[in-house]
Design a protein around this ligand. Structure first.
Ligand SMILES: [Zn+2]
Length: 294
């Protein structure tokens, strides 16, 4: 009898170890998995679901959604997910086919925003509008509210906690946006040039003059005539720095900066290198980076 009990105990412990080894903890094993395509949505969803879910981003930290394509592992990960959050508006162009196949668990952040506020755009070949909507406090509040409703519907047992967190996030976003607005008053002529047009909504909201981007099409080198035009604007507006993004090749910006004797500074539209703990923090840490160039 004792041997049977020992054998039973052994099997039970072994099963715990095996479950535990698969992903670090056996508690985590039972949590639903939400996969987000890009990091800003990981920040948003993580804060919203707290420790109730596992949240993972599909794109590696150094990848640009304009260029990156999924491999077999990524497609498997999307298949395993209980919900998938994407941006939409043509941002995840190379994922479109895969996302169509999992439409029942696919949540599109851009479906929650007021489309009238979208900016037209010729910087993103695959999209008629600028898809970087998570950089706008107005859109962020719409996205947080929309996601909270959607996740509450899909996971009703977690609805109260999700709603609570979402309400707090809206307050945080408003507070940080007001704090940035107040500081911005110290820089009435703030003007900026970036590598690609990734922060248009942020600049628009905080009344920062966006002079132009080095790459007229994201990921593609500019024509000499386009560079000359930008150089003229840079001189007129007395721009001091060109801002690059960690996920894009900085070379074209560096060449122009050297030519015009400008600084090269970095902001982070995808936020993978910022160290932000929340999406409000993401807005703030980017402000700190941007104001260094005014
Ligand atoms: Zn872009």
């Amino acid at each position: 009898m004792k041997r049977i009990i020992n054998l039973f105990t052994f099997c039970f412990l072994l099963s715990l170890v095996l479950i535990g080894c698969q992903d670090g903890s056996y508690v985590k094993k039972n949590k639903p998995l939400i996969v987000t395509t890009i990091y800003p949505y990981e920040l948003i969803v993580k804060e919203m679901v707290d420790t109730l879910f596992t949240v993972e981003t599909l794109l590696p930290p150094n990848a640009s959604p304009h260029i990156w394509s999924p491999g077999p592992k990524d497609i498997l990960k999307l298949g395993k997910a209980d919900a998938v959050v994407s941006n939409g508006l043509g941002l995840e162009y190379n994922l479109n086919k895969t996302l169509t196949k999992i439409s029942s668990k696919h949540i599109i952040a851009s479906s929650f925003i007021d489309k009238k506020l979208l900016l037209s755009d010729d910087d993103h070949g695959s999209a008629a509008v600028n898809p970087h909507i998570w950089t706008s406090p107005v859109f962020l509040i719409e996205i947080v509210t929309g996601l909270s409703n959607e996740l509450g519907k899909r996971f009703p047992e977690n609805k109260p906690a999700i709603e609570n967190n979402a309400n707090r996030m809206v307050i945080e976003i408003n507070q940080i946006a007001n704090k940035i607005k107040l500081e911005k008053e110290q820089y009435p002529d703030a003007a900026i040039v970036t590598l690609h047009d990734a922060f248009a909504y942020y600049f628009n909201y905080f009344n920062i003059d966006f002079v132009g981007s080095v790459q007229p099409t994201a990921g593609k080198d500019p024509a000499p005539r386009q560079l000359q035009e930008l150089a003229d604007h840079i001189k007129t507006k007395k721009i001091k720095a060109i801002f690059i993004e960690p996920q894009m090749n900085p070379k074209p910006a560096e060449i122009l900066a050297q030519e015009l004797n400008l600084k090269v500074l970095q902001y982070d539209d995808l936020g993978t290198k910022l160290g932000a703990k929340t999406i409000a923090d993401y807005l703030w840490l980017n402000w700190i980076k941007l104001k260094a160039g005014f």
